[in-house]
Design a protein around this ligand. Structure first.
Ligand code: 13P
Length: 258
């Protein structure tokens, strides 16, 4: 049986400027100890404008915290005003990049085709995508959450070779639980995460499926993280609001103590 290292990632969304980012990462670094990093991979996903500052701090102080971006362009370079390429993120030594977050799908009309192109762009530039999937409330109420989410997984990974897919991180984030305080019940989250692992086994192999880390995201806090992490197919959390409070995020990283 594969042992998957849990991954706790803070998606800051459009919060914290580059000066606030430095202060925030310093707080995290001060609080987190080697034993935390041995047990859990810790990552932050700041806004683009913070990345250079975070890189300088992480490099300078040799911090074990990883960082990445919240999005990337599907294109390598060129006349795409406002976009940021995977190559640019790689140059900033980003490890991760979120792809297909529901806020990108909703406000920027990102389809599974676009998300798939972005996943491929991430790998092309040596970044690990955190592929975000999850259903809206009406889909859950109609009982179609599993098939909806699996279609997003399949669409996002289309034609992706196993050598790449084996390192992908998938974040199951039911849209109705994001920023609402409504957490998906741990067993309901487990149902979908287990189905995602089953889909990976179908698309690739059971061995690959057992290796991929699947996060839950949506109103994760120190008070509910332990129950979520106790589920067999949940290997971490993608944390929005609660990641903006350093003490709270540290408690989430230390989910075993909660
Ligand atoms: O969207 C999320 C992380 O990507 C979840 O956000 P909240 O933790 O604020 O609900």
């Amino acid at each position: 049986m594969t042992t998957r290292t849990p991954i706790m990632a803070g998606n800051w969304k459009m919060n914290l400027n580059h000066l606030e980012a430095i202060a925030h990462v310093q707080k995290l670094a001060f609080a987190l100890a080697d034993k935390d990093y041995e047990a859990v991979e810790v990552a932050v996903l700041p806004p683009f404008t913070d990345l250079r500052s975070v890189q300088t701090l992480v490099d300078g102080d040799k911090l074990k915290i990883k960082y990445g971006a919240q999005d990337l362009s599907a294109h390598d370079s060129g006349a795409y005003t406002g976009e940021i390429s995977g190559a640019m993120l790689a140059k900033l030594k980003c490890t991760y990049v979120a792809v297909g977050h529901s806020e990108r799908r909703q406000y920027h009309a990102e389809t599974d085709e676009i998300v798939n192109a972005k996943v491929k762009a991430a790998y092309k530039h040596g970044l690990t995508p955190i592929l975000c999937v999850g259903e809206e409330l009406d889909v859950r109420e109609a009982g179609n959450h599993v098939s909806h989410t699996l279609a997003q997984v399949e669409g996002g990974l289309k034609d992706l070779p196993a050598e790449q897919a084996e390192s992908v991180v998938i974040a199951y984030e039911p849209v109705w639980a994001i920023g609402t305080g409504k957490v998906c019940g741990a067993e309901d989250a487990q149902e979908v995460c287990a189905a995602i692992r089953g889909k990976l086994a179908e698309l690739y192999t059971q061995e690959l499926a057992d290796q991929v880390r699947i996060q839950y995201g949506g109103s994760v806090k120190s008070g509910n993280v332990a129950e979520i992490m106790a589920q067999a197919d949940i290997d971490g959390a993608l944390v929005g609001g609660a990641s903006l409070d350093a003490d709270e995020f540290v408690k989430i990283v230390r989910f075993r103590d909660q």
